[in-house]
Design a protein around this ligand. Structure first.
Ligand SMILES: Cc1cc2nc3c(=O)[nH]c(=O)nc-3n(C[C@H](O)[C@H](O)[C@H](O)COP(=O)(O)OP(=O)(O)OC[C@H]3O[C@@H](n4cnc5c(N)ncnc54)[C@H](O)[C@@H]3O)c2cc1C
Length: 484
């Protein structure tokens, strides 16, 4: 079967849903949005943030990543497989990045992506997106009070991103997610006729003829696209699909027997991610259940004087035993809370590669955490800062003692050992097909006509906040650029 359309968007995640909606508003041509996972509408595990744990294996691609250079791929690296993508799988923390992040993108060569250029895209996202704080759990309130006892300011993070403590704005209405599938596409039955959403359809190869993208092979046949093929498979699978299609580092592709279409040595490189590690405290008594999401409170610290914005973001978490279970590294006997700092503009770079020319094979994800010493230096400072919490009267009313890493960990070497043994991803991969390296500032893949990338892969650098809001702003801009 060959279908024809004007615009083919591959990947119905955070970015893909926005691009599809905006193109449909501005163009009369036929648009097909492909999503490998199932529909999310009416699926409570996907839409009700409180019921996230009910998502089963089939909501996720099941990827594993290697944490350090040369280590085994043992870290669960969640990537959603459902319409709405990782925004139907995430914790809905919704923070607008500070202007300095976009100005840094422009400094890195992303012309047109500076703070002034990006400013109009936040209100555009907010036209569709409802944002509110979850009801404040008593433990989250104590955390916020304890940090203010240490002299930090209480911040409304919906209004500003700066050093201080407060509550996460969530893109949610009560417990219901405000992911871009929900807010830009639902109800699917009322979509304009020229926008079709094909779920459970995997693109297996981008078709390229004479240097021009003309469509894709999919598990439902060939689809040709006359105006553009737009990739929105996320930072792991956009480079994967491109490599399967003959775009990428020549030697790597030849080694796997893939015919080279264009040598792109930087594709899949420069993978950045927020890396963090938890500090865990045992509490005096049981921690009451949360109402919406186990992450309500956050703290941001500016640890380097010359940093343009906070260099650490904390997730204060109410879910400890449920998350770590019997894992001996972070096991707790009784009720507990935790604070996980992560390095906001982490500098270590990893990569995504293919394991095989078979599209069914999971990609190789090498995170290469702490390959840049800056990341360990900042994280260690942040972990040490958490020790001060137990000095506050408020925190003492909640917590008995620090259990992980515990008071024996004091020297740099001890902290480094602990951090390396328990470090976690915050699931914010970006930069694997970045502006400058792989795409031009107008998001066109260099050297290939009619091929555009619109997801988190295009980030020139990692940003200060959780990245979904920035992905949505970038997708709004991508829709303009496709037509412009
Ligand atoms: C567990 C977790 C928690 C997170 N928490 C937060 C948070 O609280 N706040 C925040 O700001 N960010 C959070 N994030 C990150 C944020 O959700 C993502 O950065 C964002 O959703 C990325 O958007 P995207 O469009 O680039 O990719 P995705 O949303 O991942 O969308 C890609 C889509 O493409 C589909 N796809 C892939 N390959 C193909 C193919 N070949 N054919 C067809 N379809 C394909 C996938 O199934 C997926 O639906 C979290 C992420 C995870 C995983």
């Amino acid at each position: 079967m060959t279908e024809t359309c004007d615009f083919l968007i591959i990947g119905g995640g955070s970015a893909g849903c926005i691009i599809a909606r905006r193109l449909a508003e501005k163009s009369a041509g036929r648009i097909i949005l492909l999503e490998a996972g199932k529909e999310d509408e009416g699926d409570v595990a996907a839409i009700d943030l409180f019921r996230l744990d009910e998502q089963t294996e089939d909501y996720d691609w099941g990827f594993k990543a290697s944490t350090f250079a040369g280590s085994k791929p043992e870290l669960n690296y969640a990537r959603a497989k459902i319409l709405g993508g990782c925004a139907n799988h995430n914790d809905c923390a919704f923070l607008r990045p500070p202007d300095s992040d976009f100005d840094e993108w422009e400094n890195l060569g992303a012309k047109g992506w500076g703070a002034a250029d990006m400013a109009p895209y936040f209100p555009r996202v907010m036209e569709n997106t409802h944002v509110e704080e979850a009801p404040h759990h008593p433990a989250s309130q104590i955390f916020v009070k304890a940090v203010t006892e240490l002299g930090l300011t209480k911040i409304d993070f919906q209004k500003q991103i700066s050093e201080g403590v407060g509550y996460f704005p969530l893109n949610a209405k009560g417990r219901l997610r405000q992911s871009s599938s929900v807010t830009y596409l639902h109800p699917l039955s009322k979509l304009p006729k020229h926008l079709e959403v094909w779920t459970q359809t995997l693109a297996t190869k981008i078709l390229i003829e004479n240097g021009k993208a003309i469509g894709a092979e999919t598990t439902r046949g060939t689809i040709s696209a006359s105006r553009a093929v737009i990739l929105a498979c996320g930072s792991i699978q956009t480079p994967q699909l491109m490599m399967l299609s003959g775009l990428g580092p020549a030697q790597h592709l030849r080694g796997l027997g893939i015919s080279l279409v264009a040598d792109m040595p930087e594709l899949g490189e420069h993978l950045r991610d927020h890396v963090g590690a938890p500090v865990v405290w045992e509490t005096h008594g049981p921690v009451a259940p949360w109402e919406v999401c186990p992450f309500e409170a956050t703290m941001m610290l500016k640890l380097d004087d010359d940093a343009p914005a906070p260099d650490v973001l904390f997730h204060f978490g109410l879910r400890v035993r449920e998350k770590y279970g019997e894992d001996p590294r972070l096991f707790v006997n009784g009720p507990a809370v935790k604070a996980s700092p992560n390095v906001t503009r982490a500098r270590s770079e990893g990569r995504v590669k293919l394991a095989s020319a078979d599209y069914r094979a999971a990609p190789v994800i090498e995170l290469n955490y702490f390959s840049d010493p800056y990341d360990m230096r900042i994280l260690m400072k942040a972990m040490r800062f958490t020790r001060r919490l137990m000095e506050t009267r408020s925190f003492q009313t909640l917590c008995k003692a620090e259990v992980h890493p515990g008071p024996d960990v004091r020297s740099d070497d001890e902290w480094i050992g602990y951090i390396k043994s328990v470090c976690e991803t915050v699931y914010h991969p970006c930069g694997t097909a970045s502006i400058g390296h792989v795409v031009t500032p107008d998001l066109r893949v260099k050297g290939i006509d009619n091929l555009i990338i619109g997801d988190a892969s295009i980030f020139p650098s990692l940003i200060t906040t959780n990245i979904n809001c920035a992905v949505m702003m970038a997708a709004e801009k991508a829709a303009d650029l496709v037509l412009g």
